[in-house]
Design a protein around this ligand. Structure first.
Ligand code: HEM
Length: 531
């Protein structure tokens, strides 16, 4: 009898109608409460591109599609152009439902606000922490407040100048037995053809694992190493999980968890070995010239294998792809700009000749090299899109004056340094001498001789308390690699199809079509100097 009543058509229709009405009422109440809360911040809404679950979800799906079709850059730009004219700077809003709102910005004042002046109001947030926990646990990368602060204190000592200026690890993996050796295998004669991006990713994996654990994966020799493959796969899946936000549960997790197990299989034996060392042995290692690793450094302060594992994998994630991708873009652009390549090479040869390993001071003294790396990071900041969660109600400033954009606890602020650093409105037309400056979209290291970006218009390493802890390590590693390659090769040519090339944005943005190049070994023999 009961079954008959519940399944009869009129009852079903009535039940559905009641459910829909209640849902709409519930939604309207939530919406109004959220709206009131925004007003209470003293701020207003940014231009709204989507304001309900249907359009909001559609925008998120478009975003996932753009990611798959490698058109995320265009998608991102289109959001700002649709919202114009706006008084709030470059910011738009997508609201899926109250309590699930995305503010998307490329405005320097907003980025500065979330990273510095209102640092404690914005953080990675609980949702990000949970989403990333299987991969990076409670590490520096995923936490806020005291957990983050403790991680930062644990990690920072390994990045002081004295440690970074020891270039032996770089030479081991960049020199003749490493990257240079692999490039040399790219042909029998003086012209070598190689997929440089692939080699750079393998080299930075070896450098970073060596620095962290004292033992490299050996990825230059064995590109198919289980760890390397697992690490790449887990990162890729994690990007989709992050981008899809509320729809992340749609993504299957089997390969993700399998990859994490493979990562642990590689890392844990080193951690167990470090933990087996008595404390005084660790102290002795610290004072010796060699053999003291990042793992030893943090094992002096914690004996918890899980904490060690999480910090190691987080620094590996932060340090490996970022440098490889930046170097890939640098070589791609240098192949497109032979004049810049030749000028850089002259600087390298004048400073260190054709064979001597550069010192830390040599690298820091090469001004044009610094400009090339700055220019690469301006056009291709390694972390092109980033996000913060509002940990409490706040406002983002309005560049035109007047009320700012109200942000409510739980809102996500997505910011793009990639988009900001290319934004024409942030560039003067003329340089400090009154001469025209190159267009912002053009790779021109020379601009750095006559132009200094305004504060917060150029932040590839972020800024504020969470500024990249490995910045100096990264700049030294990249400079070392560029110098070593240019000492040996005097011409560089891209072999790929320029028109097919694109910016592939996962967590880190890299050239989507790789960087297949030809490199010409120099012929000349300079008296008194080895080639
Ligand atoms: C071109 C190279 C690099 C770039 C452009 C870069 C950029 C960044 C950015 C933008 C962040 C902020 C992420 C966030 O808070 O959401 C960051 C954080 C971080 N980076 Fe780098 N990075 C680079 C290389 C490195 C290297 C080589 C290491 C270490 C070996 C490293 C270690 C870290 C760590 C540990 C953090 C987390 C800092 C914190 O949350 O307090 N990075 N990096």
């Amino acid at each position: 009898m009961l079954t008959q009543i519940s399944l009869s058509a009129p009852n079903l229709a009535l039940g559905t109608a009641v459910f829909l009405v209640l849902s709409v009422v519930y939604y309207l109440i939530q919406y109004t409460r959220h709206e009131l809360r925004i007003r209470k911040t003293g701020g207003v809404r940014a231009p709204v591109l989507a304001g309900n679950p249907i359009t909001g979800t559609l925008w998120l799906l478009y975003c996932a599609r753009a990611q798959m079709k490698h058109t995320l850059t265009e998608y991102f730009e289109s959001m700002f152009s649709r919202a114009k004219p706006s008084h709030f700077g470059d910011i738009v809003e997508l609201q899926v439902r109250p309590g699930q709102r995305y503010l998307i910005t490329r405005d320097p004042d907003h980025i500065k606000t979330i990273l510095t002046s209102k640092f404690t109001s914005f953080g990675k947030g609980q949702q990000f922490h949970e989403l990333w926990r299987p991969f990076l646990g409670d590490s520096i990368f995923t936490t806020d407040g005291s957990l983050w602060h403790d991680s930062r204190s644990l990690i920072r000592p390994m990045f002081i100048k004295d440690r970074v200026s020891d270039l032996h690890t770089f030479e081991r993996w960049v020199g003749q037995d490493g990257l240079l050796g692999k490039i040399a295998e790219g042909g029998a004669g003086p012209v070598k053809e190689v997929e440089l991006m692939d080699l750079l990713y393998r080299m930075t994996l070896d450098v970073t694992t060596d620095f962290l654990l004292g033992a490299a994966v050996g990825s230059l020799d064995n590109p198919r190493a289980e760890f390397a493959e697992a690490f790449n796969e887990v990162q890729s899946i994690q990007t989709y999980l992050t981008m899809l936000g509320p729809l992340e549960s749609l993504i299957p997790r089997r390969r993700y968890h399998r990859g994490i197990r493979a990562i642990d299989r590689f890392v844990m034996p080193y951690i167990d070995a470090a933990l087996a060392l008595p404390h005084d042995e660790l102290e002795k290692l610290e004072n010796s010239d060699r053999g003291f690793t990042f793992l030893h450094s943090i094992a002096r302060y914690t004996r918890d294998p899980r904490v060690l594992r999480d910090q190691i994998v987080a620094v590996l994630l932060a340090g490996r792809d970022t440098t490889a991708a930046t170097l890939s873009w640098a070589f791609l652009e240098l192949s497109r700009h032979p004049d810049a390549f030749q000028r850089l090479r002259r600087e390298v040869i004048d400073a260190v000749g054709r064979s001597r390993a550069p010192t830390y001071d040599d690298l820091k003294g090469m001004v044009y090299l610094r400009h090339v790396l700055n220019e690469t990071l301006r056009l291709y900041p390694a972390v092109p899109y980033n996000l913060r969660t509002a940990l409490e109600d706040a406002t983002l400033p309005n560049p035109a004056g007047g009320p700012g954009v109200g942000v409510v606890e739980g809102d996500t602020v997505v910011y793009s340094t990639f988009s900001m650093q290319r934004c024409p409105s942030l560039y003067p037309r003329i340089d400090d001498r009154g001469e025209p400056l190159p267009e912002p979209a053009v790779f021109a290291p020379e601009r750095w001789e006559v132009w200094t970006p305004r504060a917060w218009n150029y932040v590839p390493f972020n800024g504020g308390p969470r500024i990249c802890v490995g910045q100096n390590f990264a700049l030294t590693e990249m400079a070392y690699c560029v110098v070593r390659i240019l000492q040996k090769y005097d011409r560089l040519e891209y072999c790929g199809d320029w028109d097919a090339q694109y910016h592939e944005a996962e967590i880190v943005g890299r050239p989507g079509k790789g960087v297949r190049v030809r490199l010409w070994e120099e012929h000349v023999q300079i008296a008194g100097e080895e080639k």
